[in-house]
Design a binder for this molecule. Structure first.
Ligand code: URA
Ligand code: CA
Length: 450
């Protein structure tokens, strides 16, 4: 088999066979196919797409390219949750203790942030003492003991994807539905979850900018999950605007703690956390329906169970348990500077991607994989779209330390550009657009209702 023939076949829009896909993924894993050929193939897929069958075969080949976690020693149905990448999205930190408190085991391996989106692992490192590295045995034992563990990826999960993703990143081939779907699902499958809840972001700050493409991505991932026997459900949710108020690692941990304490009720972050958690309970066999699971989760916040589980999680991972209740034990920035509204009006939109990038420039995120980050840095948003603002009113706060000082004026103008102030209010936008299961798509009836 020759790689050049496989590339040509995809370039001409034909369907690749299982043998051809396995050959490519073998070559992406052991390095026997050079980067330029893998990149050319990715570009051919970008333009020609893949059939459902090809996407499923590619996913399995990538899942099998490295270690496959065996979580069967964990009692109960393991439900994983994955978001395709958001700004001010700290749902994982809320869901892990909350869903565990409801009796669904949470064995979560998380990643780091890149570009304008954050990653759970960086956030956890803002908690003093929290250890993200655990052996597989420690991980499994902890989940069996307290119902939850959140760690960094252990072992060699989907190395073929790792290679391909880094090539796609620099060859403008990330935004391909079959390539994203297979990349995400290969890692989820190799990580050993029994069922998967996906939060597929749509809009300005998401991989997929249109609802149509986001729904297609969701359908593709749900189809792969069903194909390989891992029940998968996807909700398509807004990422035009940051989900919560805090962008940046310690800041996001503090916001997650607020939700766990019962604050920020009915905020988009709170509502989406409950919705995703409710789907996790249903897939985990702990609730019959989402409508029944949402109030149950709320009661676990109200009676302190979720917060108690959060304390247990932090202590079990070697963190300072006092930090579970005392946000001032987390890193905080030396400088906090207000950004004021330049005029009065209605906030028509608050651009997620710009704010994510602005926070990155303050040190909260990475431009490239090897950059270091400042756990205290970031942005706190004080106004969301739909609200009115007066001239001079606080829109956001910039949190930074000395080394980012020279960036501040540029960041301030980026932040100001992200807030679009209009003369008239515009229609409220939904938080949840659609729910995709293997039975089909249900578009949200009630705009804005989770
Ligand atoms: N996240 C992934 O893991 N892979 C992609 O291709 C895109 C986002
Ligand atoms: Ca996230």
């Amino acid at each position: 088999m020759r790689t050049v023939d496989i590339i040509a076949k995809k370039r001409d829009g034909k369907e690749l066979t299982e043998k051809e896909l396995n050959f490519l993924i073998q070559g992406a894993t052991d390095g026997s196919i050079p980067d330029y050929q893998l990149s050319a193939w990715a570009m051919a897929v970008y333009f020609r797409g893949m059939t459902d069958r090809e996407t499923a075969l590619l996913t399995l080949a990538m899942a099998e390219s490295g270690e496959q976690m065996d979580l069967s020693r964990i009692h109960g149905r393991k439900v994983d949750k994955h978001s395709t990448g958001g700004v001010a999205d700290t749902t994982t930190l809320i869901l892990a203790p909350l869903v565990a408190a409801a009796g669904v085991p949470v064995a979560k391996m998380s990643g780091r942030g890149l570009g304008h989106t954050g990653g759970t692992l960086d956030k956890l490192e803002a908690i003093p003492g929290y250890r993200i590295e655990r052996s597989v045995d420690e991980f499994i034992n902890q989940v069996n003991a307290i119902g939850v563990s959140v760690i960094g990826q252990t072992g060699n999960i989907a190395p073929a994807d790792k290679n391909l993703y880094s090539l796609r990143d620099v060859t403008a081939t990330v935004n391909s539905i079959p390539l994203i779907a297979s990349s995400v699902m290969s890692k989820k499958i190799a990580s050993g979850a029994d069922a998967i809840v996906l939060d597929v972001k749509t809009g300005q700050g998401a991989f997929m900018k249109t609802l149509e493409d986001s729904v297609k991505l969701a359908q593709s991932m749900v189809a792969i999950g069903s194909e390989v026997g891992r029940e998968t459900i996807a909700v398509v949710t807004d990422m035009d605007e940051p989900l919560g108020h805090a962008i940046g690692n310690a800041l996001e941990v503090k916001e997650a703690m607020q939700v766990l304490r019962g604050e920020l009720r009915d905020s988009p972050l709170h509502k989406l956390s409950l919705l995703l958690g409710a789907h996790m309970l249903v897939l985990g066999g702990k609730a019959q329906a989402v409508d029944e699971a949402v109030p149950r989760l709320q009661s676990l916040i109200d009676d302190g169970s979720a917060l108690a589980k959060w304390r247990e999680l932090i202590a079990a991972q070697g963190g300072d348990p006092r930090a579970a209740d005392q946000p001032d034990l987390l890193p905080s920035a030396d400088y906090v500077e207000p950004v004021a509204a330049p005029k009065e009006g209605y906030l028509a939109s608050v651009a997620a991607e710009e704010l994510g990038l602005a926070a990155m420039h303050l040190g909260a995120g990475r431009a490239t994989k090897d950059d270091s980050i400042d756990l205290a840095a970031g942005i706190v948003i004080h106004k969301k779209s739909g609200e009115t603002v007066q001239q001079g009113e606080l829109l956001a706060e910039l949190h930074y330390n000395k080394k980012a000082q020279k960036e501040v004026e540029e960041v301030r103008s980026r932040v100001l550009e992200a807030f679009h102030i209009a003369e008239r209010p515009n229609a409220a936008k939904p938080l949840v657009y659609a729910t995709v299961t293997r039975n089909g798509i249900v578009y949200s009836r009630n705009e804005g209702e989770a």
